[in-house]
Design a binder for this molecule. Structure first.
Ligand SMILES: Cc1cc2nc3c(=O)[nH]c(=O)nc-3n(C[C@H](O)[C@H](O)[C@H](O)COP(=O)(O)OP(=O)(O)OC[C@H]3O[C@@H](n4cnc5c(N)ncnc54)[C@H](O)[C@@H]3O)c2cc1C
Ligand SMILES: CC(C)=CCC/C(C)=C/CC/C(C)=C/CSC[C@H](N)C(=O)O
Length: 478
């Protein structure tokens, strides 16, 4: 197909994994001559951030990556980064009174314990998640053939039809209850996984529920040195220009270009310190959640006006504590026989934590060495900031506690209506995909999709957008 001259300038707002991978894919599609400006008001990496504690760095936000997250895998390979194993150690589940489940070192014992307590529900749950993941994996084939989607709903529909899209409209609880899972299994095995991963209950949508449950698979990994290295690597590889400023307004204006032609462009107004600047762009990608609290970007004078987004993001606090765990809260076993390195919790309003687990620093290749003094670095997720009294309840003694509050991921409340990807002619929004599920890979998928969509719409390739029957069409192609 014929190509129009590439755009002169593209702006991306937000240098998290979404914005930096968008820069990478836009460079691939539009070529070397396009100027790409990437705006970031805080740190490159966004929600992939680390916390420094006594000279060691720990993941504070997005930590674990699934072995089938192929974009993340590809970035790490292309950027020459190394990986570390992200899970290990034994897990227990606490209901506020006792441990209702405790993993053992022996695989066979775990199988027997699970079958004894829940029958074959664990296996059936894995099969359900695998079925969702199988369909989800189709996105990589579509994107490798350059196909793009104009809405999150159309993207999901192309992966698995009405049933797949339906996962957005039902709660995980309803879906698994209908599939015959017991109350006991849902409360003791499923709810704790939703609490640790999304700080929410089984009332989240069934798609994000499946994504969350996929974290129980083996082979989870992270980037050695910190997941945010992927963002700085992509920024560099894309040869984009980082502008450390906060975008305040975007407005469509007519501008006379160097060719002498009046052209519709987007003016991006941003602040660096107390100074206000502005620049004009042919295409703009917004790669940050659009709401007042998180990005505070105003769209001026658009006709029709750009809808206001009010998606509520879940408040979560990450606390890192180096100390000796008060294991007697969870178990009557002597401290040296406790053996668990992660405790998840059931939905119980008396509990002030969602989870607690030993963490390795971003440079440790293996699980932490057994401690000689009984102290480890523990990561705690809680709904609210922990008080000193609460920390003292959890630990016999501690050296330090550091906290980071987040507006972490959407508060899921199915049925979900995802925000538009195309906000205006050449103005695109990536983070609407989080309404289906928030994860690093989801932002990378949204970034690839938006780069392809921007490219095809720029060149008038409508046949590459929202194609029906892609699965059948591409089944036989390599
Ligand atoms: C505690 C926690 C744990 C998580 N764990 C995992 C996990 O284990 N695995 C996983 O896959 N995912 C995990 N996630 C989710 C994952 O981190 C996010 O889905 C992903 O990082 C989102 O990336 P993003 O680039 O879309 O958005 P962000 O990372 O939020 O990037 C947006 C960027 O835009 C910038 N910005 C905002 N407004 C403006 C403005 N006006 N001007 C300029 N810049 C602006 C922000 O500063 C930010 O850097 C976790 C998230 C949290 C918070
Ligand atoms: C997108 C697909 C198919 C899979 C992604 C699975 C995945 C890694 C989801 C992560 C979900 C998430 C928001 C986890 C947060 S907590 C993670 C961890 N337990 C921690 O200790 O930080």
């Amino acid at each position: 197909a014929e190509l129009r001259a590439p755009p002169d300038k593209i702006a991306i707002i937000g240098a998290g994994i979404g914005g930096t991978s968008a820069a990478y894919y836009l460079r691939q599609k539009f070529g070397k001559d396009v100027k790409i400006d990437l705006f970031e008001r805080e740190e490159v990496g966004g929600r992939l951030a680390t916390m420094m504690v006594q000279g060691q760095e720990y993941e504070a936000g997005g930590s674990i990556i699934h072995p089938l997250n192929l974009h993340m895998k590809r970035f790490v390979k292309d950027l020459g980064l190394s990986t570390v194993q992200a899970s290990g150690g034994l897990l227990g589940i606490y209901n506020g009174e006792a441990l209702v489940f405790e993993e053992s070192n022996w695989f066979i014992i775990n199988v027997i314990k699970l079958v004894w307590r829940y029958g074959f529900q664990s296996l059936r749950m894995h099969m359900w998640v695998e079925d969702v993941l199988d369909k989800f994996m189709r996105i990589y084939r579509y994107q490798s053939h350059d196909y793009a989607f104009s809405s999150v709903e159309k993207l999901l529909h192309a992966l698995g039809g009405d049933d797949f899209l339906g996962l957005l409209n039902r709660t995980l609880l309803e879906t698994l209850q209908k599939a015959g899972f017991s109350e006991k299994f849902l409360n003791e095995m499923i709810a704790p996984v939703m609490r640790v991963n999304y700080g929410q209950s089984t009332d989240i949508n069934a798609f994000v529920g499946a994504v969350s449950l996929s974290c129980s698979d083996s082979g989870l990994w992270a980037v050695e040195g910190g997941n945010k290295l992927v963002c700085s690597g992509l920024l560099q590889a894309s040869k984009s220009n980082l502008i450390s400023g906060s975008v305040m307004y975007i407005e469509e204006k007519t501008k006379t270009k160097h060719t002498g032609n009046p052209t519709k462009m987007y003016e991006v107004v941003y602040q660096i310190g107390t100074e206000t600047h502005s620049d004009f762009y042919d295409i703009v990608l917004v790669a940050t959640p659009l709401n007042r609290k998180m990005s505070n970007i105003t769209f001026l004078n658009f006709d029709p006006p750009i809808e206001e987004f009010h998606q509520y993001y879940q408040h979560i606090v990450t606390t890192l504590v180096k100390g000796e765990l008060n294991t007697s809260i969870f178990s009557s076993r002597p401290i040296d026989k406790f053996g668990l390195s992660t405790v998840l919790t059931t939905d119980n309003s008396d509990l002030f934590i969602n989870s607690i687990g030993i963490v390795s620093s971003v440079r440790e290749k293996e699980d932490p060495e057994p401690s000689t003094d009984g102290t480890y670095v523990w990561k705690i997720f809680s709904q609210e900031t922990l008080t000193k009294a609460q920390i003292l309840k959890l630990f016999l003694s501690y050296d330090y506690a550091v906290k980071k509050p987040w507006l972490a991921y959407p508060h899921y409340k199915p049925p979900e209506k995802c925000p538009s990807i195309i906000l205006h002619d050449r103005l695109y929004y990536l983070n609407g995909i989080e309404c289906a599920a928030s994860a690093m890979e989801m932002s990378a998928i949204a970034a690839h999709n938006a780069a392809l969509l921007a490219y095809h719409r720029w060149n008038g390739h409508t046949d590459m957008i929202d194609q029906d029957g892609l699965y059948e069409k591409l089944k036989t192609e390599l």
